[in-house]
Design a protein around this ligand. Sequence first.
Ligand SMILES: Cc1ncc(COP(=O)(O)O)c(C=O)c1O
Length: 387
Amino acid sequence: MPGRHFLQIPGPTNVPDRVLRAIAQPTVDHRGPRFAELASHAFSQLKRVFQTSGHVVIYPSSGTGAWEAALVNTMSPGDRILMFDIGHFATLWKDMAERLGLIVDFVPGDWRHGVDPDLVASRLDADRAHAIKAIAAVHNETSTGVTSRVAQIRRAIDAARHPALLLVDTISSLGSIDYRHDEWGVDVTVSCSQKGLMLPPGLGFNAVSEKALTGSKSARLPRSYWDWSAMIRDNASGFFPYTPATNLLFGLHEAMAMLLEEGLPAVFARHRRHAEATRRAVDAWGLELHAVCREEFSSTLTAVAMPDGHDADRLRRVILERFDLSLGTGLGRLKGRVFRIGHLGDFNDLMLAGTLSGIEMGLAAAGVPFRAGGVTTALDYLADPGD
Ligand SMILES: Cc1ncc(COP(=O)(O)O)c(C=O)c1O
């Protein structure tokens, strides 16, 4: 089809031309001075995006690798970890923890809410013996479009005076939704490259607190590739213990520069505004948001529930074939029941207008019952200089 494909899944996201050009450079010696200088600069930019002054470890991996790194560096066989069933990715992380030999307290949820800070408080209050070694939470659950309140989770842990580590997955929030590793007392922040950081897949990250680093010295889960210690030792001079993804790091450097030039507060406000416009369109169409709680609405994606008897994947197929627009599929138990609109990363008003137009035309083409006017409602909101 002529024109650019609309990649509006909630990651991987569109890679800006500036980043593509940065990646398309001759590969350099990853043990040479030019690379060390670039890597050192990328580390300091990355710390600003994680809002931390501590270490950020970069792996050549997907987000799943960064999940594993967080667990194997901090936990020992048979350790207890508190996790929350808020969606598909929370479930996959739980499955991994079990496979690694951890005992998971998996708090049930309805996949329409985030981690409830009150439940964190009650679980920790009940754990007088401090058997729970870590609490793991997904900040932005990409399967449901729900964002958990990490600052409040931190407050609940502090109020319970519990020493557990706090591990947070920011895979679909970092660089798009305000996130403060240091201020919120997070011990390990897990993230990766292909969502708000506007890169192709291939880089995984762990931001690590001093407490987590100290704990890693006595943590006994087997680890080699994921071991923080060799990484942190070599990163101090801009190098890596094994071959890093050199060209993706060129891209990372450029993507961080773009985020910092725009300014993180402006980046977060842009995402909030596009999310609000999207929700207004959904509402005007007479469709239902999957997320139910306003204070947990995600700024990076919107999951839309299908009317009864209509399959989300059929709608997605019609939209792809007719308009060359990719939307996110329903994952796990939400398969066929929701479609997800990604509005994150390198994204602007007209890209959103195009995305919503493709959906509105697709709803009609697929024979899904809806009210016309969602696009106009979103455009009115975007056009209002007051917003
Ligand atoms: C919240 C969340 N966690 C973890 C993952 C897994 O990351 P990856 O597919 O890069 O391994 C994803 C992927 O979309 C995600 O959205």
